[in-house]
Design a binder for this molecule. Structure first.
Ligand SMILES: C[S@@+](CC[C@H](N)C(=O)[O-])C[C@H]1O[C@@H](n2cnc3c(N)ncnc32)[C@H](O)[C@@H]1O
Length: 299
């Protein structure tokens, strides 16, 4: 019997997973910026599922750099709580499906560590990475360990992104992320509805560069807040209806300006006709018979 496989994805939208558009834009911005600044280094993803975020990260891999993904895929989780998460959310996940999706976009697979993320430091050298995406278990102890491992893998200017830092169902992730900020010297750069972006290095220049870029992005909303005396950028997609409304208002303003322009031209033409000699002669010619008629009625 021949096995029927799902069709291969043609775009990232076709890949199942949890990777919102705003985060796709920000991953691209952070990775492009590192490339512009000549910061080379390896990429690591802890928790890849069917490859949605991994596929995008893989686009930024340059010669001499390694991309490592770590996921349990179809293996047993290290403890019961983690296994319950796996059974609940990722029951249909297989390594084969991840590989097929990834291969639909890239010639070469990343280095795959099919193991609990607690094993990652057996495969990745300290300070060898420029970007680490933490998106595996949601349990506090695991995420705390993943962030500590990221701290080891990243040099000081490296970037860490943590998923689900504020979801209602993932308080353990929130606790681990903000603990790293409060106790481990992690500096927040920005947050989106789903992800936290930070660095253990200098943060002001990154935020200034990000703000300059965000100023030109019509589809992204942002504001600056202060948390514990440090700036923190909030970024999110403008909701579709709002973006649509903005477009409609712009179109109406443009139409109004065009109509106003036409009215002003017509007024100008009218004024110049009124003041022209032939107009005045014409008025005189029609006024004379009217005066004669009025004069006639009086007798
Ligand atoms: C939220 S999904 C990742 C989503 C993915 N980054 C995307 O863009 O769609 C979480 C992944 O973490 C994996 N995972 C959960 N606990 C893990 C653990 N302890 N070690 C390694 N992987 C784990 C799951 O198998 C699942 O694929």
């Amino acid at each position: 019997m021949t096995e029927t496989r799902p069709p291969l994805p043609a775009s990232l939208d076709d890949v199942d997973g949890w990777f919102p558009k705003v985060d796709q834009r920000l991953f691209t911005w952070f990775l492009d910026r590192q490339e512009r600044l000549g910061q080379s280094g390896d990429l690591v993803e802890l928790g890849s599922y069917l490859g949605k975020s991994a596929i995008l990260m893989g686009r930024h891999l340059h010669g001499g750099e390694t991309f490592t993904v770590c996921d349990l895929f179809d293996s047993q989780a290290p403890d019961d709580s983690n296994q319950a998460e796996m059974d609940g959310s990722y029951a249909s996940l297989t390594r084969t499906a991840f590989e097929a999706n990834y291969r639909a976009f890239h010639d070469r697979l990343p280095e795959i560590v099919q193991a609990p993320t607690s094993a990652i430091l057996d495969h990745v050298r300290p300070e060898s990475c420029r970007f680490v995406h933490v998106d595996a278990s949601h349990l506090y102890e695991h995420v705390r360990g993943d962030i500590q491992a990221a701290h080891v893998m990243l040099p000081v200017e490296g970037v860490i992104v943590c998923d689900d830092y504020r979801s209602e169902h993932t308080p353990g992730v929130s606790a681990a992320v903000w603990e790293a900020v409060a106790v481990e010297g992690l500096h927040p750069v920005c947050v989106t509805p789903q992800k936290f972006y930070g660095t253990w290095g200098e943060v002001k220049q990154v935020q200034d560069d990000l703000l300059a870029w965000l100023g030109d992005q019509d589809d992204l909303w942002h504001e600056v807040q202060e948390v514990g005396g440090r700036a923190l950028l909030r970024v999110k997609s403008r909701s579709a209806p709002k973006a649509k409304k903005k477009d409609q208002v712009r179109e109406l303003k443009e139409r109004l300006a065009r109509v106003e322009d036409q009215r002003a031209r017509a007024q100008h033409e009218l004024d110049s006709v009124r003041h022209s000699l032939s107009f005045r002669v014409g008025r005189a010619a029609t006024a004379l018979p009217r005066a004669i008629r009025r004069g006639g009625r009086r007798h």
